[in-house]
Design a protein around this ligand. Structure first.
Ligand code: SF4
Length: 133
């Protein structure tokens, strides 16, 4: 599942191939990112642009991205690059990442070696029972 939902002030995009189901989005604001929705689950109009942007930037995998249309700033590289080890899961990178033609700022990278979508995590570690602190 992938696509872009257009809002008046901000468009929000989602890439299912990149999502690691951390659920930061639905737990962060279940009106903007509606859990278990039957139809559209992303509603950029349900909160202020600043809140939607903060929710998007809190998505560790980069599955959620946004494009502001209100003249406000687009996502920037962090001041300090970080790589976090997620318990029994991927490496969560927050940095300017250039890969092929794309530049992005958040990604979760395969640590178990089993992803079919390398370098990204595809949750293969869960089925494989990968354990690593
Ligand atoms: S990886 Fe991003 S899109 Fe997927 S559940 Fe977590 S916060 Fe939501």
């Amino acid at each position: 599942m992938a696509g872009t939902v257009e809002g008046e002030k901000v468009d929000v995009s989602f890439s299912g191939k990149r999502c690691i189901h951390s659920r930061n989005c639905v737990l962060g604001n279940p009106h903007v990112f509606v859990p278990n929705a039957k139809g559209e689950w992303i509603h950029p109009e349900a909160a202020s642009v600043e809140k939607v942007v903060a929710l998007a930037e809190n998505c560790p995998s980069g599955a959620i991205t946004y494009h502001r249309k209100d003249g406000g700033p687009q996502e920037k590289p962090p001041v300090v690059n970080t790589v976090r080890l997620r318990e029994n899961g991927p490496l969560a990178v927050h940095a300017e990442i250039v890969l092929g033609d794309g530049t992005f700022y958040r990604a979760t990278l395969c640590r178990c070696g089993l992803s079919q979508n390398k370098p990204f995590c595809d949750n293969a570690h869960i089925k494989a029972g990968f354990t690593a602190t």
